[in-house]
Design a protein around this ligand. Structure first.
Ligand SMILES: C[S@@+](CC[C@H](N)C(=O)[O-])C[C@H]1O[C@@H](n2cnc3c(N)ncnc32)[C@H](O)[C@@H]1O
Length: 222
């Protein structure tokens, strides 16, 4: 969560128009924890290489707008948000983007459209607070990219705060099916970026088929 992420765009130039629109909507709605510009640029860059993109934790759609702005035409982008108000607010921003779907529900709804070429975990699925983390074998194509938003930079190895090792972070950094790294985006902001290994390289399971299914879009279409 980016405390004050929405406010970080105040007076900032060079932001894609769709992102600018999402930030305005977030500001009007009083939604503060949008992704910061540093994080947004990190999402924007790899989006062009993906055919299917997923995100957990839509918020008011700022990160989603970075993803959509960077994606090629025709890219399917799915985001899930558990708060009905934020889901509806974000869905309105992307009303004119038929390949963008905002789902209202728990993050696990993201499974319905996977596996993804690019998956961003920003609200559920990170394994924080003892919750089971997302399974990259189910949700990522081999070679696909995982981004786990947004972290306090670690200054020790293994990453720890006080005497407590950050086990959620270690889960990703140690994952046998991923090549993962922590990137520092700002003095107070880091993110995890990982690539799913190919089956030959890791002894991984079979490549899952994409399971595109409908239902529970927000708002209802047609
Ligand atoms: C940091 S904010 C998201 C910011 C947004 N991704 C952006 O880039 O502007 C986290 C969001 O995740 C949502 N969230 C938290 N837990 C969730 C869960 N289990 N399933 C779905 N959404 C969740 C919250 O309601 C909140 O809107």
């Amino acid at each position: 969560m980016s405390i004050g992420g929405t406010a970080a765009y105040d007076g900032l130039a060079g932001v894609p128009p769709l992102v600018r629109r999402a930030v305005e909507v977030a500001r009007e709605a009083g939604f503060g924890p949008s992704c910061r510009p540093e994080q947004g640029r990190l999402l924007h860059a790899p989006a062009a290489g993906a055919e299917v993109i997923g995100e957990t934790g839509t918020g008011c759609g700022v990160g989603l707008a970075w993803l959509v702005s960077g994606a090629r035409p025709g890219t399917r982008v799915v985001s899930v948000e558990r708060d009905a108000r934020w889901a509806a607010t974000a869905a309105r921003i992307f009303h004119d983007h038929p390949r963008v779907v905002v789902l209202h529900g728990d993050w696990r709804e993201i499974h319905r459209d996977g596996p993804y070429d690019l998956l961003v975990l920003d609200g559920g699925g990170q394994g924080k607070g003892g919750e089971p983390p997302a399974d990259p074998h189910l949700l990522l194509r081999p070679g696909g990219t995982l981004v786990v938003d947004d972290l306090t930079p670690a200054r020790h190895w293994p990453p720890r705060f006080g005497d407590v090792v950050d086990r959620a972070r270690m889960h990703w950094l140690d994952h046998s099916g991923l090549d993962a790294a922590e990137l520092r985006l700002a003095p107070d902001l880091a993110t995890l970026v990982a690539t799913r290994r190919f089956p030959d390289a890791s002894g991984d399971g079979p490549i899952p088929e994409r399971g595109v299914r409908g239902g529970d879009r927000h708002p209802p279409r047609g």
